[in-house]
Design a protein around this ligand. Structure first.
Ligand SMILES: Nc1ncnc2c1ncn2[C@@H]1O[C@H](COP(=O)(O)OP(=O)(O)OP(=O)(O)O)[C@@H](O)[C@H]1O
Ligand SMILES: [Mg+2]
Ligand SMILES: [Zn+2]
Length: 305
């Protein structure tokens, strides 16, 4: 093969020269011509034919040792598998760079196993377990957990993101309030790249959807992103403090400028409609775990003091 690509002096080879060389080589013996691939059996010789202008065979110029087609196909399949593996690694590296695990803070260590089945949180835990079992393609592909602050919504979402990463899926962890602010600092093409990456992740987590300041562009980006996930029917986990009804209202009304003025866009309806179809929606009715921890700390303090 290399000989075809490179001449003796390193330059290109003229096809005529190659043909000439083949034709002037000593003829292979019958034994050499009919060899047997150890894996795939007999390999027929290849006939070099001369054709006339109409494409009819004039004569067989020469017969040469054939290559085993099955071996060639296997080599090609291996090459493709290696290339696919490399591409997968490159993709995972790109996701790790665009959505650094460190951004998750303590949440990067959350698992489903260390989630306590507290009162009110069991349905959400079960839904998260079902989602986990379904990965990489849960059915339906979405999970939306809503409820009051501190009751483990992000913990569950993070456990799923961490599991997906261990499964070598490309994960986009998006803490919506800070991420949307960050998007606003980017040039349009950089922002589009990042949005596109989030849209095409194997798993997207939108943590604390509708948290933070909602301006028209920010809600517009959310709407684009949710729409992209919906159209791809792609695994998506959402956490929020708001009920679906509240989400509609809040995302419909976006802030205009700094004066506290608002505009009604209808993006909230578009976002929630899509999420409602894409996701299993669960209300985590547990009380705040954070407050529980603070409470126990106080009690321990009282007991010891
Ligand atoms: N059922 C639980 N078992 C173990 N840890 C929990 C549980 N629920 C909450 N936690 C822990 O409590 C802390 C707060 O939980 P988390 O961040 O998931 O709350 P949240 O519902 O996302 O709150 P917010 O709405 O304010 O974002 C985290 O450290 C989390 O690991
Ligand atoms: Mg949270
Ligand atoms: Zn073979």
């Amino acid at each position: 093969m290399r000989e075809l690509e490179q001449g003796r002096g390193g330059g290109p080879v003229r096809l005529g020269n190659v043909l000439n060389r083949i034709l002037t080589m000593p003829s292979p013996s019958e034994e050499e011509l009919h060899w047997v691939c150890e894996k795939h059996g007999p390999v027929p010789p290849v006939e070099l034919k001369q054709f006339d202008a109409q494409g009819n065979v004039v004569r067989v110029l020469r017969r040469i040792r054939g290559r085993c087609r099955a071996c060639m196909a296997e080599e090609e399949a291996e090459r493709r598998a290696r290339e696919a593996e490399l591409e997968k690694e490159r993709r995972l590296r790109r996701y790790a760079a665009a959505f650094p695990v460190a951004e998750m803070g303590r949440l990067q260590f959350c698992t489903l196993d260390d989630f306590e089945a507290r009162d009110g949180a069991v349905t959400a835990l079960e839904a998260a377990r079902a989602f986990a079992r379904g990965l990489p393609a849960p059915d339906p592909p979405g999970l939306l957990v809503w409820g009051q602050p501190g009751n483990g919504k992000s913990h569950l979402a993070a456990a799923l993101a961490n599991l997906a990463r261990r499964m070598e899926l490309a994960v986009a962890w998006v803490h919506a309030p800070s991420w949307l602010t960050y998007l606003g600092t980017l040039e349009a093409d950089e922002r589009d790249d990042l949005l596109q990456r989030a849209a095409t992740a194997d798993l997207l987590v939108l943590d604390d959807l509708a948290g933070g300041r909602l301006t028209a562009p920010r809600v517009g980006w959310l709407q684009d992103l949710v729409d992209a996930r919906y159209r791809r029917w792609a695994p998506t986990v959402v956490t929020t403090n708001l009920s679906p009804g509240q989400l509609r209202t809040v995302l419909n009304r976006v802030a205009l400028g700094e004066e506290g003025l608002e505009d009604v866009t209808g993006d909230g309806d578009r976002i929630v409609d899509r999420l409602a179809e894409l996701c299993v929606i669960v209300h985590n009715t547990a009380t705040s775990y954070r407050l529980g921890v603070a409470q126990r700390r106080r009690e321990d303090g009282d007991a010891s003091g």
